[in-house]
Ligand binder design. Structure first.
Ligand code: ADP
Ligand code: MG
Length: 468
């Protein structure tokens, strides 16, 4: 028995936080189990290191602030990772469990995992690609939150995460993930599922108006169980379609029907979108997909080569993973090109063949442009922040400094203009970048401890670019 027992403060702090955040967010992140206390600490269990990092970033200050108010002294919260079952990959474990979705699904992604969720056989869904399954989706740091949330939704559609909105750049796996949800639900239930791109949704709606069949259109979309709409950025300026989707949304939302949307940017950055539709999109869970890191790129290539039944030497996979950094689509394209060549000339795929035939792919500007992301990643890591913090709007001291440093480094070591840099930092204006650079220059003059940090960051960035 410990002399110190702060469980009562812990419980009350959580109670108050629940009221402040609301059930939805609370249920998502506060799946913690009180373990014990010491004089100055409260130790609680969390299900994974990913979860621990997220919670530390998002809520540690809030929790410790509450504890301070309640206990009248500083109490640190220590998150101890206690996976529920070490033998099973957490993501595949979560889908096998029958309970309703809890945040335990958010798993640690240290090594990229390939989903092992076998799907029972049933006729394929006519609108879904059969190979877009969780089985074929490699989970890495860049997508683990999105992927685990998608799995939770597939298990329990219409539950806690409605709507589910995935955003991110081209070729990062948005469509694959969305369809994996559809495929899983299709295979495991009799739910009526519609997958459609926002563009086709718009076209269909226009045709319905022209043919005087809007009632049929409404019926079709307002009475589905699962609605998957891909690439909603297409809806910008399509006012009537937005209006129609708004009503569809409300009907489905009220009936607890699951909706999933994808978008190529944060919804807040969409222009010419009605405020009420925007607020609906943002009502549920929003997650972003980042470009995959080296390990994940390697794992994806391995998976793709395997599924095509081709043997590819390790050095070749390493070569491609190192050089194609933009997105998964480009990664796959490089592999396809290589396989096609080897088949055509009947030669084995060697490192020489790969080097020779992928030269153009590797040299494309897209691949060399990755440096801003690398800069953001290295700087964010150094400050224990996420890339999104640097691109986002938060203005805590720490984030502002990190963001300004990253912009400064971007200007120093890349060819990007301040306008382009601004775009890479969440669509900021070029004057913001110029201001950031001025600030850092001033700081460098007044604070001698900053320069060594800056130099270390630049070294790490260069190292990272050559190794990855
Ligand atoms: P987006 O919709 O974001 O543009 P897609 O979903 O079309 O991207 O993905 C592009 C390609 O990359 C697809 O062939 C998809 O299967 C593949 N892909 C993307 N992410 C992954 C991943 N994590 N694991 C395996 N394949 C992936
Ligand atoms: Mg897509």
């Amino acid at each position: 028995m410990s002399t110190w027992d702060y469980e009562i403060f812990w419980k009350e702090a959580l109670n108050q936080i629940r009221q402040e955040l609301g059930e939805h967010e609370f249920a998502m992140w506060f799946n913690m189990e009180y373990l014990h206390s010491t004089e100055k600490e409260i130790v609680v269990a969390v299900p994974s290191s990913f979860y621990r990092d997220q919670v530390t970033m998002r809520y540690k200050n809030l929790i410790e602030g509450k504890l301070h108010e309640l206990a009248g002294k500083d109490l640190k919260v220590i998150f101890e990772v206690r996976p529920r079952n070490k033998d099973v990959s957490p993501a595949s474990q979560s889908i096998k469990e029958n309970g309703h979705s809890t945040n335990n699904e958010i798993s640690s992604p240290k090594t990229p995992k390939t989903e092992q969720i076998s799907v029972p056989k049933k006729d394929p869904h006519p609108q879904l690609r059969q190979d877009y399954t969780f089985d074929n989706y490699v989970i890495g740091d860049n997508n683990s939150f999105a992927a685990n949330a998608a799995i939770a939704i597939a298990k329990n559609p219409g539950g806690a995460y409605n709507p589910f909105l995935v955003y991110g750049g081209v070729g990062l796996g948005k469509t694959h993930l969305m369809q994996a949800i559809g495929n899983y639900i299709h295979q495991n239930s009799n739910a009526r599922i519609i997958y459609i791109t926002a563009e086709n949704f718009t076209n269909e709606f226009i045709q319905a108006i022209q043919a005087n069949k809007t009632a049929a259109f409404k019926n079709k979309y307002r009475f589905v169980d699962i609605l998957l709409i891909d690439d909603i950025h297409f809806l910008q300026k399509k006012n009537e379609t937005q209006e129609e989707l708004f009503h569809t949304f409300n009907a489905l939302y009220d009936a607890n029907k699951q909706m999933v949307f994808t978008c190529d940017r944060p919804v807040s950055e969409l222009k010419n979108l009605s405020d009420r539709l925007r607020s609906r999109f943002e009502r549920g869970l929003t997650v972003d997909l980042q470009p995959p890191n080296y390990e994940t790129r390697y794992a994806i290539l391995q998976k793709k080569a395997e599924s095509r039944g081709v043997q590819i030497p390790k050095e070749v996979l390493e070569l491609i993973s190192r050089n194609v950094t933009s997105n998964v689509r480009d990664l796959e394209a490089a592999l396809t090109k290589l396989i096609a060549y080897a088949e055509l000339v009947g030669k084995p795929i060697t490192i020489e063949v790969a080097q020779q035939h992928l030269k153009d792919v590797f040299a494309s500007p897209k691949q060399t442009n990755m440096s801003i992301e690398v800069i953001q990643r290295v700087v964010a890591d150094y400050f224990s922040l996420s890339i999104n913090d640097l691109r986002g709007k938060k203005r805590t001291q720490n984030i502002v400094l990190a963001r300004q440093l990253a912009m400064y480094i971007g200007r120093e070591i890349t060819e990007y203009s301040t306008t382009e840099l601004g775009m890479e930092f969440g669509g900021r204006d070029h004057t913001t970048v110029m201001h950031a650079c001025q600030k850092i220059e001033e700081k460098l003059r007044s604070d001698p401890s900053l320069d060594p940090i800056l130099q270390k960051l630049i070294r790490d960035i260069k190292d990272y670019s050559t190794k990855n």
